[in-house]
Design a protein around this ligand. Structure first.
Ligand code: B12
Ligand code: SF4
Length: 577
């Protein structure tokens, strides 16, 4: 057993410090978590050793049958459900015990966790177990979960948490480790808050990084690369933030302004990864706005064309006039195979309401040029932005008809128009005619004061859009790893649940169970509805019929799981993996 000593003295005796980096579930399974890879690179650059534990991908590979689909995006909410989580820890008890032991045996005095909403509960449980076994280990949390909204102030009080990096940690985390190493105790530094002898000390804000040219390269070497599903991919970001401020989007609140790498810096990192991982030839740029600086992107393309290596790469981009045919030809020649544009609507009126800085005419030209340059062209669409009339929506359908030849794929938003926390729309609902019920806040199920736009209207528009796109031969996808029918069904069930419409919610969960019978979370909802429907008036025939179906479904699920005759539906909806 690792001797319990003060993490402080252990650290001061150990230059350089060793840091364990942990990703708890859920995170996605296609490629390694980029934020952690970035930190591994930074820590290495500053002379520290790292060991990475991606418990999300490891558990994904070892998960029980019952959890077969739990990593699909539309299941993400279940990872925040306390009862579901308790089951997951119980059902995989050996996995979690081994994980805690391995982290402790890495002999890292500092253990850092990457947190977002879906990994928060698992993180806190693993941190609790680590602290219980070895109270001297210093537990540090970080990730975009802490960027906004006072989450750090709240979680730093958690008994298992010693420090939180509240923003970009590329320099803040190595500085925190270094201070700990030098002084022998936790010291706050800009961008981090620490807890020392029960006292909470904040280092204040850290000014944002103007240029990303000084960033150390991300490091994928400590990751279990063989476990991720895409064996050909290296993730990267060459920019942070965005140059625009669309009304529905919170990006500019997470990353203030827009910081980016020069073409030379992007090229240097891409060439580095290509050399270190010769088997991986696809660079997935996860920048939310990769063409915030078109000259940088163009320069990167020129360098690849000039010097190699041969790679394929993909970006998310904004529609802007600077995406000329000449630029797009250059991007294509350097290996750009796919561009996803955040187009959102084909209506001039709606684009204005959204504060997009282009109209449909520019969008048409850019889509056409992108497609003709030989780049797979995808556009994201949203439905029912407040102020979007039925006539506006018809314009989007017309746009699709006019431009379907240039669109290889569309990503219809499955939240239609969500009120994203911290976005302008979220902060100013009255300006957009959105009804606010403080007793029942909702990001998804909002409706307008005039009653013309609610969740079902938005869902219907999306359905109509998807049907037309499919008819026009455009590939319709979700974007993330999700199955469209399951996602839609779950959305509908949750909407009726929100509306306290027991009958419709039970029907929607029944339809969900037809697609995915063994999903533990939807089965547990059906059990709740069994009780609720049984309590309805005996003359309520519809509820009685639904109750019979609920019971039959629960019985069938029970029988299947008891006999092991589980229908493996995962193959039906893991196409995107
Ligand atoms: C790229 C991206 C993804 C990629 C990630 C690919 C990959 N291989 O990592 C994919 C497409 C998989 C993805 C998925 C999802 N994402 Co996402 N994603 C982003 C995006 C656009 C950029 C994140 C990024 O990589 N930035 C660059 C890296 C370097 O930054 P970083 O990860 O934040 O890491 C830095 C800091 O956070 C910190 N840090 C990170 N980890 C740690 C750990 C420690 C110990 C410390 C000290 C610090 C630290 O230091 C890092 C370096 O500075 C952000 C939005 C944005 N505008 O930034 C959303 C965002 C992170 N995603 C979000 C969400 C909710 C999701 C999804 C659940 C769905 C969705 N709504 O998009 C899914 C999850 C899927 C699943 N099943 O798990 C939210 C998180 C919200 C929250 N507060 O928790 C964000 C903020 C978007 C939003 N506004 O809703 N996403
Ligand atoms: S929606 Fe896209 S273009 Fe608009 S602010 Fe957000 S990231 Fe930028």
């Amino acid at each position: 057993m690792w001797p319990l000593r003060s993490g402080v003295s252990r650290l001061s005796r150990w230059p350089p410090a060793k840091v364990a980096l942990v990703q708890c579930p859920v995170w996605w399974t296609t490629d390694p978590p980029l934020g952690l890879a970035q930190l591994a690179g930074s820590l290495k650059h500053f002379g520290h050793e790292t060991e990475v534990f991606d418990l999300s991908i490891e558990l994904y590979r070892e998960r029980g049958e019952k959890y077969k689909n739990a990593w699909a995006w539309e299941q993400f909410a279940f990872w925040q459900d306390a009862a579901w989580m308790a089951d997951c820890f119980r059902d995989h008890a050996a996995f979690w015990d081994r994980a805690v032991t391995r982290i402790l045996e890495s002999d890292s005095p500092v253990i850092g966790f990457a947190v977002f909403l879906g990994s928060l509960r698992t993180t806190l449980e693993v941190a609790r177990r680590l602290k219980a076994a070895a109270p001297d280990r210093v537990i540090v949390l970080g990730g975009e979960y802490f960027f906004l909204g006072g989450k750090a102030e709240e979680l730093i009080r958690h008994p298992s948490v010693d420090a939180i990096v509240t923003g970009a940690a590329d320099f803040a985390f190595p500085e925190l480790v270094k201070k700990l190493q030098d002084s022998g105790r936790l010291e706050p530094c800009p961008g981090a808050v620490v807890k020392r002898d029960g006292e909470i000390l904040s280092g204040g804000e850290r000014p944002p990084q103007d240029s990303l040219d000084e960033l150390p390269f991300a490091d994928y070497e400590p990751f279990p690369l063989a476990l991720y599903e895409d064996a050909n991919r290296i993730p990267m970001t060459a920019s942070r933030g965005c140059v625009r401020r669309c009304a529905f989007c919170s990006t500019r609140e997470f990353w203030k302004g827009y910081s980016y790498m020069s073409g030379e810096r992007i090229y240097a990192e891409v060439a580095h990864h290509a050399k270190r991982h010769p088997g991986r030839r696809h660079v997935e740029f996860y920048d939310i706005t990769a063409n915030g600086s078109v000259p940088s992107l163009e320069r990167f393309a020129e360098l690849v064309i000039e010097k190699g290596p041969t790679i394929a790469w993909k970006i998310n981009a904004i529609i802007r006039p600077e995406m000329t045919r000449e630029v797009l030809d250059k991007l294509a020649a350097s290996g750009c195979t796919s561009i996803i544009y955040g187009l959102e609507s084909g209506s001039e009126h709606v684009l204005k309401l959204m504060r997009k800085e282009y109209g449909p005419a520019v969008a048409e030209r850019v889509l056409k040029d992108t497609h003709e340059a030989g780049i797979k062209t995808t556009a994201n669409f949203m439905f029912g932005f407040p102020g979007e009339t039925d006539a506006d929506f018809r314009e989007t359908l017309e746009f699709l008809r006019r431009n379907h030849r240039w669109l290889d794929r569309v990503y219809p938003s499955r939240t239609y128009t969500a009120l994203e926390e911290h976005a302008y729309l979220f902060e100013h609902p009255e300006e957009f005619g959105i009804k606010v019920d403080p007793a029942k806040p909702t990001n998804l199920y909002w409706e307008t004061l005039d009653g013309t736009n609610d969740f079902l209207v938005r869902m219907k528009r999306c359905d109509e859009f998807c049907a037309l796109a499919a008819e026009l031969g455009i590939d319709v996808q979700k974007g993330l790893d999700a199955e469209l029918a399951l996602d839609r069904q779950l959305s509908l069930a949750q909407y009726h649940e929100f509306k306290s419409n027991d009958l419709e919610a039970a029907r929607a969960y029944l339809a969900y169970a037809e697609l995915d019978l063994q999903n533990p979370a939807s089965l547990s909802r059906l059990k709740d509805y069994e009780i609720k429907l049984a309590g309805k008036h005996p003359d309520d025939v519809a509820s009685r019929d639904a109750l019979a179906l609920v019971r039959a479904t629960l019985w069938q699920a029970e029988r299947e799981s008891r006999t092991g005759a589980v229908t493996d539906r995962s193959a039906e909806f893991s196409g995107a993996r």
